[in-house]
Design a protein around this ligand. Structure first.
Ligand SMILES: [Zn+2]
Length: 432
């Protein structure tokens, strides 16, 4: 097995939409399968903090090549732009993915909010119920370039978010699966792999069973300091143990179980599709999203994130061991799409006194009508929706505005089913 770890995707030099790859003989000594793993919101800070605690997959990858000075050079550090850079080698200005979503007054529909992984030209597609597509990605991915050089090469992606799977695999993919809040789905046509049905069934059973509170090791327990967040209804975070009620599909993704399912499907597809089993090199892109959901719900500095990362370390280790048992010749690149800020309350305790929640006056609910009045535009100038606390008569105007299906569904849906953690909200504009 070859193993490498990259903190940045600079090693992959896909050169853009206009560049035509030269058909070169593939190196006989190259790996048969390249696995590129993106851990959503896994910042360099978290990596450094937890590195001594890792004993599973992360510890194993840490023995490879680590680029400590890797960083994102683009401004909008969100999930979609970040994932669009990883396997294209291009910045968002060239990938065309400049944000998770944007406002396009020229869009040929009343809803001018466009999702990054959407084809707004598709009949019926809108920002609340979009048609998943790679239409906005302007450059090819590494998997696409490989397929141009070798038609036998396979380009496969599995992710917790549709935009991550789309941006890592691109326009020509053999399989692309992502968690759609209820099951793994795809925007591609073709026969359904047996693996997908099996993992969907196993995941449904896991959701139905629920998740008991995880037992924190001492390192995590030391982080169990609670903080009451200022925005109403004043949630308390910091000492959670990621438990989940039976049947709660919404909070499933803010738990290590989502990543475990993504890795299970990845392994199953490797086996079923025969990835890495012939001379033509294949690419498997994996995006693990639970770290991001945990970070948004609880902040990255508490016991919750500790439990998430140590669980992922273990699951990733099991995943790699399975590939070894199958005798695969593979290489792994590990990276992240962006980092995330902690909650202001915890930052205050660390001496960062100027940390603050976003000013409600700067939110879309306030700015949207002003933009509409200034421009004369009608319709949802800036799509917003505030989370509504359980039993509350109206959404709080102090809460972060959420645009697009994913932003809407993640925090609010979590709030619907968890009274102890009602309606988590984004802690910062970084990420998602
Ligand atoms: Zn992200």
């Amino acid at each position: 097995m070859r193993k490498i770890m990259l903190a940045a995707a600079a090693a992959f030099s896909a050169t853009g939409a206009c560049a035509q790859p030269t058909a070169q003989p593939l190196a006989a000594t190259g790996p048969k399968l390249l696995i590129v793993i993106s851990v959503d919101q896994f910042s360099a800070d978290l990596w450094d903090e937890y590195r001594p605690q890792f004993s599973g997959g992360f510890a194993r990858l840490a023995t490879g090549t680590v680029f400590h000075n890797g960083y994102q050079s683009h401004a909008t550090t969100e999930t979609c732009p970040g994932h669009s850079t990883i396997l294209t080698g291009a910045r968002p200005g060239r990938t065309g993915i400049v944000a998770n979503g944007w406002f396009d007054p020229k869009a040929n529909r009343s809803d001018k909010n466009v999702y990054c992984a959407e084809d707004e030209r598709a009949p019926g597609s809108n920002s609340a119920n979009y048609t998943v597509s790679s239409a906005h990605l302007r450059v090819p991915t590494l998997g696409e370039l490989l397929k141009r050089s070798s038609s036998a090469s396979l380009n496969v992606a599995v992710a917790g978010k549709d935009r991550a799977a789309v941006m890592m695999s691109g326009h020509v993919a053999d399989q692309r699966w992502y968690w759609d809040q209820n099951q793994f789905s795809t925007d591609l046509r073709g026969a359904l792999p047996r693996s997908v049905a099996a993992v969907n069934l196993a995941t449904a059973q896991a959701i139905a069973k629920g998740l008991p509170a995880l037992d924190p090791p001492l390192f995590c327990a030391a982080k169990a300091q609670t903080y009451k967040l200022a925005p109403p209804p004043g949630r308390t975070v910091g000492a959670g143990r990621l438990e989940r009620a039976p049947g709660d599909a919404d909070t499933f993704r803010a738990s290590p179980q989502l990543d475990a399912s993504v890795l299970a499907l990845s392994a199953a597809l490797i086996r079923e599709l025969g990835l890495g089993s012939d001379a033509a090199p294949d690419v498997l892109s994996i995006s693990l999203s639970a770290t991001d959901y945990v970070g948004h719900a609880f902040g990255p500095g508490g016991q919750e994130m500790c439990l998430q990362l140590l669980s992922l370390d273990r699951d990733l280790g099991d995943f790699l061991k399975q590939l070894d048992r199958w005798g695969l010749d593979y290489a792994v690149a590990l990276t992240a799409d962006h980092g995330g800020l902690d909650v202001p309350e915890r930052l205050h305790a660390k001496g960062i006194r100027d940390a603050a929640w976003v000013d409600p006056a700067l939110t879309a609910s306030v700015l949207g009508p002003k933009v509409a009045a200034t421009t004369g535009l009608k319709g949802p100038i800036i799509s917003i929706r505030f989370c509504k606390a359980p039993n509350a008569s109206a959404p709080s105007r102090r809460w972060w505005p959420l645009t697009g299906r994913t932003r809407r569904s993640m925090p609010c849906s979590l709030g619907k089913t968890s009274r102890r953690h009602p309606c988590p909200r984004a802690q910062s504009s970084i990420g998602r």
